[in-house]
Design a binder for this molecule. Structure first.
Ligand SMILES: C[S@@+](CC[C@H](N)C(=O)[O-])C[C@H]1O[C@@H](n2cnc3c(N)ncnc32)[C@H](O)[C@@H]1O
Length: 314
């Protein structure tokens, strides 16, 4: 894809780019609300997929915005998506295989909820923690505050409902699932930790990673990213570099208050881009209306495939 419409927007020691919107992504489907969805960033990320990309691998998939976008825009022939959250990936498998059946179950729950939405949510949340039923997870994701999945120390889903809303209307969800399923046919869905998917990727693949944000947890100690220890993550990235893997990482986010997490270690020799993106879920969460600046790191192998750093800008 032509990178020339990336605009250099300023110099602060980073390459700051303002990618325009890709027409190929107009009306991209999105299946369910999910905190940290990278829908807005897809317009930038897809520009860094080499034209010979065989498989796009998304090890921290969540709502898999980049996988969906790359299938929708026909930028990757194969997609492998993975997340450590097993019920989430079971739900994904059903979205792909049986969107109508899943939409029926959502509709039944949504209708039952109308009598007492608050109590219904709590009953379903308790039931999910017993059964891990994918259809219940879909209902919970549509009801919780800002699509922000939270699990307690005992592993139970403990996020509260947004009681000002009933969750998306059944017809809307049916349409979202049907459209997503159509785009994602043939996708490989896995659940597990990210490491081997990254380090064992083939040379013709591209791995896009969006690990949990440092900012979300409000943890003062920035070595930890909601369960991922920075040093461990960097060690896995080093192994991926040694194996010549082409990868991208969304990592620290620059927020309206100008605070952002520590950058990834310089010895990884990643190309660190600052992208002026639209309003992200993160900005929405912090109540901001500002344009968000997102960090994107490109691995040495990927930059080489794209023709070197100079070819990233006009
Ligand atoms: C910021 S979210 C990704 C959001 C995604 N980019 C989207 O568009 O929706 C991070 C995801 O990483 C997952 N995760 C956390 N630790 C993981 C690990 N060790 N391996 C794989 N996935 C992990 C979480 O369950 C969560 O869904």
């Amino acid at each position: 894809m032509n990178l020339l419409d990336l605009t250099e927007a300023g110099s602060d020691g980073f390459l700051t780019l303002k990618p325009g919107r890709l027409p190929a992504l107009t009306n991209t489907p999105h299946p369910f609300p999910y905190q940290g969805s990278k829908r807005a960033l897809a317009h930038a990320v897809l520009r860094f997929l080499p034209s010979d990309t065989a498989t796009l691998v998304e090890p921290f998939a969540g709502s898999a915005a980049i996988s969906i976008a790359s299938r929708y825009a026909r930028m990757a022939s194969q997609v492998v998506m993975n997340d450590v959250n097993e019920p989430l990936m079971a739900m994904w498998q059903r979205i792909i295989d049986d969107p109508a059946g899943l939409a029926d179950e959502y509709e039944a729950m949504w209708n039952q909820s109308l009598e007492d939405p608050k109590a219904f949510f709590l009953t379903k949340r308790a039931e999910f923690n017993e059964t891990f039923d994918p259809a219940i997870l879909l209902y919970l994701l549509n009801r919780i505050v800002k699509g922000a999945v939270r699990y307690g120390k005992n592993g139970a889903f403990n996020q509260s409902a947004d009681n000002r809303r009933l969750g998306a209307k059944p017809a809307t969800v049916r349409d979202r699932l049907a459209r997503t399923s159509k785009v994602m046919q043939g996708t490989t869905v896995r659940s597990g930790s990210y490491e081997s998917l990254l380090t064992q990727a083939n040379q013709a693949d591209v791995v896009y990673m969006d690990p949990p944000y440092q900012g979300v947890t409000n943890v003062a100690d920035h070595r930890y990213m909601a369960g991922l220890v920075r040093g461990d993550f960097e060690r896995v990235l080093r192994e991926a570099n040694a194996n010549g893997v082409s990868y991208m990482v969304s990592y620290d986010v620059i927020r309206p208050d100008n605070k952002y997490g520590e950058a990834l270690s310089a010895d990884l020799e990643l190309t660190h881009l600052h992208l002026l993106a639209g309003r992200s879920a993160q900005s929405t969460l912090s109540g901001g209306t500002d344009v968000t600046v997102e960090s994107l790191y490109l691995s040495p192998a990927l930059v080489q495939r794209l023709g070197g750093t100079k070819s990233l800008i006009a």
